[in-house]
Design a protein. Sequence first.
Length: 168
Amino acid sequence: MDYPGCSPSIMIEKDLDEVIKIENYVFKRPWTKNFFRLIISDMNNYVLSLKKGNILIGYGGYHSLNKDANFLFKKNEHTRIIHLINIAICPGFQHKGYGTFLMNRLLNSARAQKRDYCYLEARGSNSRALSFYKKFGFSIIGIIENYYPQEKENALVLGKNLLNIPSL
Ligand SMILES: CC(C)(COP(=O)(O)OP(=O)(O)OC[C@H]1O[C@@H](n2cnc3c(N)ncnc32)[C@H](O)[C@@H]1OP(=O)(O)O)[C@@H](O)C(=O)NCCC(=O)NCCS
C-alpha cells in the first residue's frame, strides 16, 4: 500500500526534536537525542523519517552487519544480515498502515542491498509490536533473558528471511 503525501526520507539532525517527542511517547526507555545522533552518523545504519506533509509521524531503521558478525547462525546460513534497530509511529497515526508502509520501505531497501536476513528484539509484553512483526512473517528465534533489566523483562529475538518473500 502507498500513501499520498507521505514520504520516507533519510533521517537528519533537523528531524531529531520531532523524533525524540515520539520516542518519549512510545517507549518506556526512550533513546536520547545524542544516541540518535550516533545512530544516524553510522554509515552502516539506514534510518528513515516518515513525514506526512511537514509532520514527522514515524521513523525506523536498521544496521547492516559485517560478515564476521554472523554470530546468530550456524554454518553461515545467512551471511548478509540486518538488525532492525527501531521502528515507531506517532500514537495518533498508529494502526492506520503507516508502520507497514515504513517497514516495507526498510525491508525493500535491505533486499535491494541483497541482505538475506533480518532480526530484531522486542519486549515479550509488547503485544502490538509482536502482532505487527508476525504479520510480516517474523518468528521467534531466541530469548535474551533480562535484556531490559529495569523491568526485569526478557527480549524475544525475532527473525525473518528476506529473499524470495514478497512484501505486504
Ligand atoms: C508497532 C508499530 C510500529 C506498528 O505501526 P502501525 O502503523 O501502528 O502498524 P500498522 O497500522 O501498519 O498495523 C500493522 C499491524 O500491526 C499490528 N497493530 C498495529 N496497531 C495495533 C494495535 N493498536 N493493537 C494491536 N495490533 C496492532 C496489527 O497486527 C496490524 O495489523 P491489522 O491492521 O491487520 O490489525 C506502532 O504500533 C508503534 O509505533 N508502536 C510503539 C513503538 C514500538 O513498540 N515499536 C516496536 C519496538 S520493538
